[in-house]
Design a protein around this ligand. Structure first.
Ligand SMILES: Nc1ncnc2c1ncn2[C@@H]1O[C@H](COP(=O)(O)OP(=O)(O)O)[C@@H](O)[C@H]1O
Ligand SMILES: [Mg+2]
Length: 141
């Protein structure tokens, strides 16, 4: 394998609500083992958890990729779901399109995307209706 990059890849199922959060929990455990500072782990884990939940409840699944370089955790969350028609609206605190069914499971507070932006040092979201959504974020330490 080339270079010294440390990478993690997860395929996130869109049908297994009971597994939602397992990929971000695994990344958190790996970062701890690697000795990443706890504040950076906490911020990355929050952002990844929110992204992972969104893959499950909004996108029908997708992928999470994390790669580590000295002093930075780079994260990508991608899906081929329905896309987001109005990103500014989706980014606003408390906005959620989640169904009552999803809300009854405890999701859909509308704070996921705002918190992903808040807890990371860089955040970019690209989305096309009918094509999917791609989020890249990083946490520096
Ligand atoms: N990956 C995604 N695919 C499609 N729509 C999404 C995705 N992520 C977020 N959204 C849209 O953005 C809204 C806000 O997301 P978020 O802040 O995480 O709140 P919540 O997940 O609680 O609804 C969602 O309700 C949904 O309409
Ligand atoms: Mg969410």
């Amino acid at each position: 394998m080339a270079g010294g990059a440390i990478r993690f890849h997860y395929d996130v199922s869109g049908s297994e609500f009971s597994l939602a959060g397992t990929a971000s929990a695994d990344v958190k455990a790996q970062l701890k083992k690697m000795g990443v500072p706890s504040d950076a782990i906490r911020r990355a884990a929050i952002a990844l958890y929110e992204g992972e939940i969104n893959l499950v409840i909004h996108a029908g699944g997708g992928a999470i990729d994390v790669d580590m370089a000295p002093g930075v955790i780079n994260m990508a969350i991608t899906d081929e779901g329905p896309g987001i028609p109005d990103i500014d609206l989706a980014m606003s605190e408390g906005y959620s399109s989640a169904s009552d069914e999803v809300r009854n499971l405890g999701f859909g507070a509308g704070m996921g995307l705002p918190n992903m932006k808040k807890y990371t040092d860089s955040f970019d979201i690209q989305s096309q209706v009918g094509k999917g959504t791609s989020i890249t974020m990083s946490v520096r330490y």
